[in-house]
Design a protein around this ligand. Structure first.
Ligand code: SF4
Length: 678
């Protein structure tokens, strides 16, 4: 039996475990007892992270579409065709008629290489990844406020803090090991405020549970901050020394009284006052948020308000404080760090900066690099639907299930001249592709992932990939060669990381020999640097923290007579995103086999719906069938639905409206009707 230390492929908590294999096949995992995050524990997904690896559905050979069907092909044939068609589209319609979608499931090295391929080989900044769908509002909002879009503190800080405000994060289900840290902290006396209109598990342990209306976070946070200033509870010393634009900000929220916020939030004014006093009274307070904050048409404004509340009370740059967006996927932080974004190279270095472009031009040995920021993924889907984008390359993404308004996503992809999908299974998106490239999964390759607390950790190969599948980094380099680029040769991923370190200041001190056993937290600018557990100590990355006035905007689509319910979407404990891996893991799939909605008992009684009845849910964009779960977890007028399932897909219903600054879709609020299925 062989044990291989690696990182969990599911959430951004970044637990490490040993893959246990026997005769080249995985037979289980064992948690790492010494790891600072796992500490000998795993959640149900971690314990079962080996379950899909040898599934018979794994892609084992490249596939090419001929006469409407996908047929097996050789690597040379498939990559030759991909290179030829992408070059053809580039020549005919321009480089910006191509789009490359990288992946938060792939390693840092692979994200960096796909970014290099898009920019350095095909000459476009049209490169993005699924952070667009989860935390692009964090990157925009926190970068503007603090100068860095990452979690400010470390997971260890949850053990030593006085108060945690959890807003828009179902932490025990989505980041279970962080959720259990929060529950342990609560048992030791740390106060909890949970702002979420679902009765999530953490809410049952909260000192205060605010069940505010979906999409009313700005009203709630502005009113809390109004109370803090009106009662003189703000940290004047911190504001004077560390922040700017406070006067304008204070003036902007002066009339956001709890009485004004009450009808918008659905809360009593007294609840808002109590939350404000409790938060401001804590010596050390942490804010934890996730997609309940970010996935709105005003997601950036929500993030600005969270950041302002932390600055207002002096809760940044110290242990046990900070603004802590919990990144969703295992390497979504790394995907952003590696510049799989349309406006920055690795390390958030802007493509519009001539000095930065000059540096990358020299390092990559290319003549020039594009200077205009490219298309965010969501805008690229719109462009494809309108016939303005002609070729797309998806690495490990499944937009048919993950993007809003499935009908729109399907139309966009079918409208392309050429679609390439590189993945481990024939996903709903791969089934539409012209060429499918079979990739190795996390357990079959080397590399690094960066977790939610900016910790860069080693991913190690435990078993061989199936059939002819190859690691994403190998496929990208082979494609670059087929496209005529002779500058993307690497003996192994460690050499890619050496190149990343040489051009990326926040990763400047990272090399594989330094990552054992616990990884390093960026920024880590040189080889002697120990890494940075807490950001913004003494000084914000941008100098002073900036208060930004925020104008309240309601969600884009609210219930009416025809569509009387709010639909909010999310995840369950047992499944992961589009279910590609967890639905092929027997023990996880057994727990949740089909799509469902949570509906309040009052609504169910009115509609004549009984527990486990089938219901039809319809929005202006589509309709699906799912099973009803009658529960007080949701309030009357709101239904919740997970988006993991292809049958009864929640994203057939969601609204493709985008935040104007971050282009994130509004997955958390749309209007639907619900009726008992015939
Ligand atoms: Fe994996 Fe996240 Fe569970 Fe840890 S908490 S085992 S990283 S899914």
């Amino acid at each position: 039996m062989k044990r291989t230390l690696t990182v969990c492929p599911y959430c951004g908590t970044g637990c490490m475990f040993y893959l246990v294999s026997d005769s080249g096949r995985l037979i289980g995992v064992e948690p790492s007892t010494t790891h600072p995050v796992s500490r000998g524990g795993l959640c149900v997904k971690g314990w079962n992270a080996f379950g899909f690896v040898h599934h018979p559905d794994r892609l084992t050979t490249p596939l090419i579409r001929r006469d409407g069907k996908l047929h097996p092909a050789s690597w040379d044939e498939a990559l030759g065709l991909v290179a030829e068609r992408l070059r053809e589209i580039q020549e005919r319609h321009g480089a910006d008629s191509l789009m490359f979608a990288s992946s938060a499931k792939a390693t840092n090295e692979e994200n960096y290489l796909l970014m290099k391929l898009a920019r350095g080989v095909f000459g476009t900044n049209n490169i993005d990844h699924c952070a667009r769908l989860c935390h692009s509002s964090t990157v925009t909002g926190l970068a503007e406020t603090f100068g860095s879009g990452a979690m400010t503190n470390s997971i260890d800080c949850f053990d030593n803090t006085d108060l945690i405000l959890i807003i828009g994060s179902n932490t025990t289900e989505q980041h279970p090991l962080i959720g259990s840290r929060i529950l342990k902290a609560a048992r030791r006396g740390t106060k909890l405020i949970v702002a979420d209109n679902r009765l999530i598990r953490l809410a049952r342990h909260a000192d205060l549970h605010l069940r505010h209306n979906n999409g009313s976070d700005v009203a709630l946070l502005n009113a809390m901050m109004q109370v803090i200033i009106a009662e003189g509870l703000e940290d004047r010393e911190f504001i004077a020394a560390r922040c700017e634009n406070f006067e304008a900000f204070a003036a902007s929220i002066a009339d956001w009284t709890p009485e004004r916020a009450a009808p918008l939030t659905g809360l009593q004014p007294g609840e808002i006052v109590a939350a404000a006093r409790l938060f401001a009274g804590a010596k050390r307070a942490m804010i934890v948020y996730s997609m309940g904050i970010t996935q709105h048409s005003h997601g950036v404004d929500n993030v600005r308000c969270c950041a302002a509340l932390a600055m207002l009370t002096g809760n940044v740059g110290r242990p046990g404080t900070g603004v802590n967006p919990l990144r969703g996927q295992n390497n979504v932080q790394g995907g952003c760090d590696m510049g799989a974004l349309p406006d920055v190279f690795s390390g958030y270095q802007k493509v519009s900066d001539p000095m930065v472009r000059e540096k990358f031009t020299r390092a990559w040995g290319v003549d020039a690099l594009p200077s205009t920021p490219g298309l965010p993924l969501t805008r690229a889907m719109d462009a494809a639907a309108e016939g303005k984008l002609h070729g797309m390359f998806f690495m490990g993404e499944n937009p048919i299930l993950s993007d809003p308004d499935q009908g729109h996503a399907r139309h966009a992809l079918k409208n392309l001249d050429f679609l390439v999908v590189q993945d481990i299974f024939l996903t709903e998106t791969a089934a539409l592709a012209d060429v499918v490239l079979p990739a190795a999964c996390y357990a079959e390759k080397e590399g690094t992932f960066t977790n939610t607390e900016r910790r860069i950790q080693r991913v190690r190969k435990g078993v061989e990939p199936p059939g002819e599948a190859k690691a994403d980094w190998e496929i990208i380099c082979a494609l670059a060669k087929q496209a005529g680029c002779d500058k993307m040769h690497y003996p192994d991923p460690s050499a890619v990381m050496d190149e990343i370190a040489s051009v990326t200041p926040i990763y400047g001190g990272i090399s594989y020999d330094r990552l054992d056993p616990l990884g390093l937290q960026w920024p880590c600018p040189d080889r002697d640097h120990p890494g940075t557990p807490i950001l913004h100590i003494g000084r914000f990355n941008r100098g002073k923290g900036r208060f930004s006035p925020v104008i309240y905007r309601s969600p884009a689509e609210l219930p009416d007579e025809e569509f009387p319910f709010v639909l909010t979407t999310g995840r369950t404990y047992f499944h992961w995103h589009t279910g590609t891996m967890t639905r092929r893991t027997h023990l996880l799939d057994r727990e949740e086999r089909r799509s469902f909605i949570e509906i309040n008992p009052d609504d169910a009684a009115r509609l004549g719906v009984r527990e486990r009845d089938d219901v039809l849910i319809a929005s202006r964009r589509g309709s699906v069938r799912a099973q009803a779960r009658i529960t007080g977890i949701v309030i009357p007028g709101v239904v919740f639905m997970p988006f993991h399932f292809t049958e009864g897909a929640a994203n057939a219903l969601t609204n493709n409206v985008l935040d104007p600054e971050s282009s994130i879709p509004e997955f958390k609020v749309c209007a639907v009707q619900v009726r008992k299925a015939p």
